[in-house]
Design a protein around this ligand. Structure first.
Ligand code: IMP
Ligand code: MG
Length: 178
């Protein structure tokens, strides 16, 4: 494997922000009179979540959940564990799980099962990106930013071996074996 570096800009910061604003308008409409709990999936969602909450003109609470596929590989392994539980109670809350990217959907499927077990009043998923690929777990994403090709992406919170989360745009990378 060669040196990993951003290769081409797939989604620019202005387009991202425009889409985030649209998602915020949808969420405001759907949660009128409610006080949802936005649960950011660590770590990749932190930039998206920060932008999203600042576009919401409604009271929300924020917490985080840590769920990870095992290993440091760029291909998702299918096994997931919850390494950080939310600190706020989930029971009876209107929960919006905020994800950076749905790849195989294995992480999401596992987290949804875990959260359903906590008996939220409702549970919806907001993901910035979803890869178009066959065999993806069938998890409904209620609020989706962009469908993206099945390539490894970095920036705007997404990492490759913990690098490139800080980049304001979303990039494809070179030097990664799928
Ligand atoms: P899944 O379980 O295969 O859907 O993988 C989901 C998680 O893997 C995401 O929440 C990301 O943390 C990570 N991931 C999947 N694809 C990418 C990518 O292209 N870039 C960065 N992280 C990714
Ligand atoms: Mg993630």
């Amino acid at each position: 494997m060669g040196e990993i570096r951003p290769h081409s800009r797939l989604i620019g910061r202005r387009l991202i922000l425009r889409r985030v604003k649209e998602l915020a308008r949808q969420i405001e409409q759907d949660y009128q009179g409610k006080h949802p709990l936005l649960l950011g999936a660590l770590k990749g969602s932190f930039v998206f979540l920060a932008d999203l909450v600042r576009q919401l003109r409604m009271p929300v609470e924020v917490d985080f959940i840590g769920a990870a596929s095992y290993g440091h590989r760029t291909a998702s392994s299918g096994e997931v564990n919850i390494y950080h539980e939310p600190r706020l109670p989930i029971g009876g809350r209107h929960v919006i799980l905020v994800e950076d990217i749905v790849d195989t959907g294995a992480t999401l499927a596992q987290v949804v099962r875990y959260l359903q077990g906590k008996k939220p009043a409702s549970l919806r998923i907001c993901a910035l990106l979803r890869k178009m690929k066959p065999g993806q777990h069938e998890v409904e994403v209620h609020y989706l930013g962009f469908q993206v090709p099945d390539q490894f992406l970095v920036g705007y919170g997404l990492d490759c071996q913990e690098q490139f989360r800080h980049l304001p745009d979303i990039w494809t990378v070179k030097g990664v074996e799928p």
